[in-house]
Structure formats: structure tokens, C-alpha cells
Design a protein around this ligand. Structure first.
Ligand SMILES: Cc1ncc(COP(=O)(O)O)c(C=O)c1O
Length: 229
């Protein structure tokens, strides 16, 4: 299937109730249940609702991933991913990273014992030199905002696998149309969907896509059990 066909299929989900080819916007915060102890697919909109579900399936499909999650902003998505780290963990981050990501790493997470090292990602040997026993993840942003620095995703993934470290890639700037980090071996893709994914400067949104259904973000989103995409 071509990327164009994939985009068309991902973006048009027929509403099973009405047949509408545009996904209806579901505003209800809470959903009625069959009985006190018999729950349906949706119960509370923070955990999921049919509109968000359609968007999450779409981003998972566009990134060739299994599980998609949508957030109110890109920073909400990135923060939620970083919140899966624990006190004592260390993360290696490209020194050319979006300002909001820089600030949460520099000003917030150290207060909770989550440490980082900023490194020039144009040289894989420098990344390797920054790996310590506490390193749990390597965070790539390519091309980076604002200086459009390019990282060789395959090379960083190969290094991360060698050290059993997870990789996170911010794919905001190229979008899945031009770059699919999961196909290159990355574990977690994040987006500011506010930018090229939305495309019209009229919404704020964030996204995360993974292949591993056991990845702990489901607890942060109170999303249990996960829906297979
Ligand atoms: C590469 C990148 N990541 C993350 C963000 C944060 O996204 P948001 O503004 O949707 O919170 C931005 C915003 O400009 C960005 O350019």
C-alpha cells in the first residue's frame, strides 16, 4: 500500500452508528454502563472516547506502529513519556532539542532524581561515551527545532540496542510521511501534532506511538486494558 493510500485510509474512519465518513466529535465526559459491574469499551473520557480512539488508530497507522496515544499538546506527550522514568534513572538527549523538552529535562526532572546528559548527536562515539549504568533511554529529535540538526537514527538505535537502552524519537518535523522511526528500530515516537500532523495551525495536540503493549504509559493515561490497533 502506498503512503498516500495509507493516509487516506487512516484519515477516514466511517462512524459505525451513522455511517458518517467524518468522525463525529464525542463531547461526553462519562459513558453509561450496562450494569454496576459490566463495563463497556468507554467509561470516562480521560481514559478514552470514540473520537480520540479514531485519532489514535490513525496516528498508529501512519507511523506503522501498533499503539497510538493522543495528548492535549506535544509537551503533554513528551512529559508523559519522560514521567515513565524513575528516580535514579539517566537519559541521554541531543543537545539540539526543542526548548520545552530542554526545560522539563533541565528544570523539572532533576528535582525528582531523573538525570540527563546533553550530547552532540552528530557523533555516535560521544553518545556512547555518555552512557552510564543508570542510562535508561536515548532521546533523539531529528530534524531538531530550531536548528534542523540531523541525527542518524539507525546508528543511535544500533548503539542503544548494544547497551539495552530504550530509544525515543521526536518525529514532529518530518512527520510519518517522510520518516518512520519505529521502522528504523526506535521504541517510542513522540509528536507535537500541533505542527505538520495537524497542518493548519488550528489545533494543539501531541501524540505517542509504540509497538510494545507492555510499555508503562498506559498507567499514566489510566488506559487499561490497551486496545490492539
Ligand atoms: C520538535 C518539537 N517537539 C515538541 C514541541 C512541543 O509541542 P507543543 O507546542 O504541541 O506542546 C514542539 C513545539 O514547537 C516542537 O517543535
Amino acid at each position: 500500500m502506498s503512503d498516500w493510500t495509507n493516509i487516506i485510509n487512516a484519515a477516514t474512519t466511517n462512524d459505525p452508528l451513522s455511517g458518517a465518513i467524518n468522525t463525529p466529535i464525542q463531547l461526553s465526559s462519562t459513558f453509561n454502563q450496562k450494569s454496576f459491574d459490566e463495563f463497556g469499551e468507554y467509561d470516562y473520557a480521560r481514559s478514552g472516547n470514540p473520537t480520540r480512539d479514531a485519532g489514535e488508530k490513525a496516528i498508529a497507522r501512519l507511523e506503522y506502529g501498533h499503539y497510538g496515544y493522543l495528548f492535549s499538546t506535544g509537551m503533554a506527550a513528551i512529559s508523559s513519556v519522560l514521567f515513565t522514568l524513575s528516580a535514579g534513572d539517566h537519559i541521554i538527549v541531543s543537545k539540539h532539542v526543542y526548548g520545552g523538552t530542554f526545560r522539563i529535562l533541565e528544570d523539572v526532572l532533576p528535582r525528582w532524581g531523573i538525570m540527563h546528559t546533553f550530547v552532540d548527536f552528530s557523533d555516535v562515539a560521544t553518545i556512547e561515551a555518555a552512557i552510564i549504568p543508570e542510562t535508561k533511554a536515548i532521546y533523539i529529535e531529528t530534524p531538531s527545532n530550531p536548528v534542523l540538526n540531523i541525527t542518524d537514527i539507525r546508528a543511535v538505535v544500533a548503539l542503544a540496542k548494544q547497551y539495552h537502552v530504550c530509544t525515543i524519537a521526536d518525529n514532529t518535523f518530518l512527520s510519518p510521511f517522510l520518516q518512520k522511526p519505529l521502522d528504523l528500530g526506535v521504541d517510542i515516537v513522540v509528536h507535537s501534532a500541533t505542527k505538520f500532523l495537524a497542518g493548519h495551525s488550528d489545533i494543539l495536540a501531541g501524540a505517542v506511538v509504540v509497538n510494545d503493549k507492555n510499555w508503562p504509559i498506559k498507567f499514566i493515561l489510566s488506559k487499561m486494558p490497551l486496545v490492539q490497533r
